[in-house]
Design a protein around this ligand. Structure first.
Ligand code: PLP
Length: 472
């Protein structure tokens, strides 16, 4: 069994009463009164968090949960990793903010990041530090490619999530979020992703030769295809918010081949998949492709301190000074933590742990193949999704996924949902999670699924289908 040098102050999950407890209920009510209607996570996970340690969080009522959300994939080494806390505290006493001046902390961070790239790639790449959110780095990547090519249009994929800025949202599939905000960014073209579990062409993954990407190729090469040569194609290797959908190898390689043939820069958004989440530092490494621009953010600091950047081919650097500025591009605390996180990840073979724990999750969740409500269990490394669908209609069973999420919370496990109609329960644990915690968490998850799918069965018999959305 693996162990990591961390002194977790919280070591096991226990929920002592109905949720939310009284302390959480009070803070949630206060939040509702004062915070915007756009708040999200506490709507389905109604707790107020007092403390985090390793893979656990404690709410203000002393309930302790296993955290398989980990700050939406940000906390790669868990909550308050003691070594990173020390590094950050020391850096705070030295320098916390540095605009875009060179500093020893930034230099060490940059060197550490470049050292994680596949052999040879670092020599061809440059880094730009962005405003501290992933969405700001997506904006920067788009601006870079537009400037370098002098072109306007962008190609992206259905099911994608690239952030909540105007540009990020324009490139995102989520129609409900985009609809109230008219004319986000013109010239965006959505193509189908290799979402084979619900192929809209009705093709079977085993017999299909990824026709969706051939349609993209044809559209871009057809002189009557209607799309001017784009400034960039932007793609996730595993669509995270879109429901943990990995690109098939053939799909990803064809996108790379076509973009090369046509001279279109390929932006790979590794904001969620990056920094080891899928078992390699970046997910594109598993596909044998090389992007022109890599976008990274979430787990760069390892401890939740915000930082975002793009790593891009030097040939694209046609930017003038000040082309993408931002006051918060010099977070020295994040840089110091990020450089130390890379050292810890190497020292403790955290990527090896991601692969082993991923294989463990695959085994533990294998019995779900016998559950009629489960359409697919899929994942890479420590990024997993369980997609629920009505066995009779084939419709996404979003209500069931949300019921499983809530049931798991009541048992002491924090999970998120995603995908079409939120029908996918998602697992994003810290990357240094132990075998024992994975075992306990998957046990709680299987219990929640068993209970809720049995309730769904009873409701279906009674004529109430727990499904939403369109049949495939
Ligand atoms: N791109 C991807 C793939 C993401 O998963 C996210 C956030 O979940 C973003 C972009 C946006 O990042 P941020 O929320 O930091 O702006």
């Amino acid at each position: 069994m693996n162990t990591f040098p961390q002194q977790a102050t919280l070591t096991s999950a226990h929920v002592t009463g109905p949720l939310p407890g009284p302390g959480s209920a009070e803070l949630l009510a206060h939040q509702e009164l004062n915070e915007s209607n756009a708040r999200t996570y506490p709507r389905h996970l109604p707790i107020a968090i007092a403390e985090g340690s390793g893979a656990f969080v404690r709410d203000v009522d002393d309930n302790v949960f296993i955290d398989f959300l980990a700050g939406a994939g940000v906390l790669s080494l868990g909550h308050s990793h003691p070594e990173l806390v020390e590094v950050v505290a020391a850096q705070l006493r030295r320098l916390s903010h540095g605009l875009d001046f060179p500093t020893p902390a930034k230099d060490a961070f940059m060197t550490a990041q470049l050292s994680m790239l596949p052999w040879g790639l670092a020599d061809r790449m440059k880094i730009h530090f962005c405003g501290p959110t992933g969405a700001n780095a997506v904006d920067a990547a788009v601006k870079l490619c537009k400037t370098a090519t002098g072109r306007a249009d962008i190609v992206c994929f259905q099911g994608a999530f690239h952030g909540s800025s105007t540009v990020g949202m324009a490139l995102t599939g989520l129609v409900e979020q985009k609809q109230p905000v008219a004319n986000g960014m013109p010239g965006v073209h959505f193509f189908q992703y290799s979402y084979c579990a619900q192929c809209p062409l009705g093709l079977h993954p085993e017999t299909c030769s990824t026709n969706c990407v051939l349609f993209l190729e044809h559209s871009l090469k057809d002189p009557l295809g209607g799309i001017p040569l784009p400034a960039a194609v932007i793609m996730e290797m595993v669509q995270g918010e879109g429901g943990v959908v990995p690109a098939t190898a053939e799909f990803a390689r064809t996108v790379r081949r076509v973009t090369r043939e046509l001279g279109i820069p390929l932006i790979i958004d590794e904001i969620q998949t990056g920094c080891g989440r899928t078992g390699t530092w970046f997910a594109f490494e598993q596909y044998g492709i090389e992007p022109d621009v890599i976008v990274a953010s979430k787990a760069l600091s390892g401890i939740g301190l915000p930082v975002a950047l793009i790593i891009y081919n030097k040939d694209l650097d046609r930017w003038l000074p000040g082309a993408h500025t931002g006051t918060f591009r010099g977070n020295q605390l994040a840089f110091a933590a990020g450089a130390a996180a890379v050292e810890i990840i190497r020292r403790d073979d955290v990527l090896g742990n991601v692969r082993s724990r991923g294989a463990q999750i695959a085994l533990l969740l294998a019995p779900l193949a016998g559950n009629a409500w489960v359409r697919e269990v899929r994942g890479r490394g420590l990024m997993w999704g369980i997609e629920f669908a009505d066995p009779e209609t084939g419709r996404p069973a979003g209500e069931l996924a949300r019921a499983v999420q809530r049931n798991a919370l009541d048992l002491g496990l924090i999970l998120e949902c995603g995908g079409r109609d939120d029908c996918v329960v998602r697992l994003l644990p810290p990357l240094n999670i132990t075998e024992e915690i994975v075992h306990t968490a998957c046990g709680l998850l299987l219990a929640a699924i068993a209970e809720q799918s049995s309730i769904a069965d009873q409701r279906a018999i009674a004529g109430h289908r727990t499904t939403t959305g369109a049949a495939r």
